[in-house]
Design a protein around this ligand. Structure first.
Ligand SMILES: Cc1ncc(COP(=O)(O)O)c(C=O)c1O
Length: 403
């Protein structure tokens, strides 16, 4: 979407600045591309959108429109999913600490993916207290595909064997699927290893195919070339489908295979939210150039501190000057609040600076630090703009304190 100065003036006049802007049509097209790539190799594939990545209700509702499930990890996210209209059968409840909400979701028929034997012991007891009801769960497994660290999540093979022993005497509780998720391990080879390991575990622990195999997430999503060029190699959805869905077809040839699920979060949403900001001041200090913007690292999310986000500048009308290396810095009082180091290009006070790829772990992780967060708008697939979240006020942040 080409944002002209006139359009930016109108948007910021209407919604305020800075402003998160969600591109709905492109987001939906990306989700469908992932789905189609996987389904072209294995028909029984489904997305479970990772709510925590960006639980803006408007975005979650868009996900629901394409028939995806909701992947939630807390009572708050579970309630949100229900409020949006996901049925319990469409909710996967993950996380190491599900609390009472997890038990309520279990009793209502959501699919809990159990992280520990202690959690499982409580569910076995709960099932025992409700003998007339049938319960189904998944187990999160802890696998090693060469990620180079020991994850704290899920059950290793010994834990898995113990889990099946615990469930077998409970007549109304059945393990119907396996789940894994591995972060910081996005290569095609790692995904192939993940799939192969899950298939081997399914063969070992189930009599026949389970109801589902859930591979979690940690794929590279679609990215602008400026960002993709900062990684060694970025597989596309076709590559991931070849490493996973194609193996499912092969493995379950001639049988009714399990559902294959993945839980994309950043993979789906990161590229499709921009942050529109404005230059408030430009200064040169001891020979170094700094632009002060009305947004910051907490608004954009951590990625801006690890990589250089795609950045576009749109003139606000004042005469610009060329800078070869100017740091784009934020509104906080933190030295490390630098959103882009050594930017080179034309810049003036009043210019719009649009940061791309800020859809994941941004608004949901923004702390109440120094300033309330800005508004969020969606550019809808009907080419109009609607408010997704109003700007927070100081009162929103202070209301839980006792005066
Ligand atoms: C269990 C689980 N599923 C899905 C996700 C989303 O992964 P991504 O943002 O890589 O798509 C995460 C992220 O940490 C996760 O922990």
């Amino acid at each position: 979407m080409h944002l002209t100065r006139e359009r930016l003036d109108a948007l910021t006049e209407r919604f305020g600045c800075p402003l998160y802007l969600f591109e709905e049509a492109a987001f939906l097209e990306n989700a469908r591309r992932l789905e189609q790539a996987m389904q072209s190799y294995y028909g029984k594939y489904r997305i479970a959108y990772s709510f925590k990545t960006n639980y803006t209700p408007y975005i979650c509702r868009s996900v629901q429109e394409i028939g995806a499930y909701a992947e939630v990890v807390s009572g708050m996210e579970y309630e949100l999913a229900k409020r949006i209209g996901f049925s319990d059968g469409e909710i996967l409840f993950n996380g190491p600490c599900k609390g009472e909400a997890g038990e309520a979701a279990f009793l209502s028929g959501s699919m809990l993916q159990v992280d520990s034997l202690d959690e499982l012991a409580r569910l076995c007891a709960l099932a025992g207290e409700h003998p007339a009801q049938q319960f189904r769960i998944g187990l999160r497994v802890n696998i090693d595909v060469g990620q180079g660290f020991v994850s704290r999540f899920g059950l290793d093979e010994a834990g898995l064997a113990q889990a099946f022993r615990m469930v077998s005497p409970v007549p109304n509780l059945t393990v119907i699927g396996l789940h894994c998720h591995i972060s910081r391990c996005r290569s095609q080879a790692a995904w192939r290893a993940r799939m192969e390991t899950m298939l081997a575990l399914a063969d070992r622990f189930f009599d026949g195919p389970p109801a589902y195999l859930n591979l979690g997430s940690g794929m590279f999503g679609s990215m602008e070339p400026a960002l993709a060029s900062q990684f060694d190699h970025v597989p596309d959805y076709e590559d991931y489908a070849l490493a996973t869905a194609a193996l499912m077809t092969e493995h379950y040839r001639g049988q009714e295979g399990p559902w294959l699920i993945t839980e994309p979060g950043t993979t789906l949403v990161s590229r499709y939210v921009d942050c529109i900001s404005r230059v408030q001041a430009i200064k040169t200090v001891r020979g170094r150039h700094f632009a002060v913007l009305d947004t910051g690292i907490h608004v954009l999310g951590e990625t801006c501190t690890l990589k250089q986000l795609p950045v576009r500048v749109v003139s606000g009308g004042r005469p610009q000057q060329r800078y070869d290396a100017i740091d784009l810095t934020g509104y906080t009082c933190l030295e490390q609040d630098v959103m882009f180091r050594a930017f080179s290009g034309q810049l003036a006070v009043g210019d719009y600076v649009i940061f791309g790829n800020v859809g994941g772990y941004s608004n949901v992780l923004k702390p109440p630090f120094i300033q309330p967060n800005c508004a969020m708008a969606a550019h809808t697939d009907r080419d109009d703009y609607v408010l997704m979240k109003r700007a927070e006020t100081g009162e929103d942040l202070l209301r839980t304190y006792v005066f």
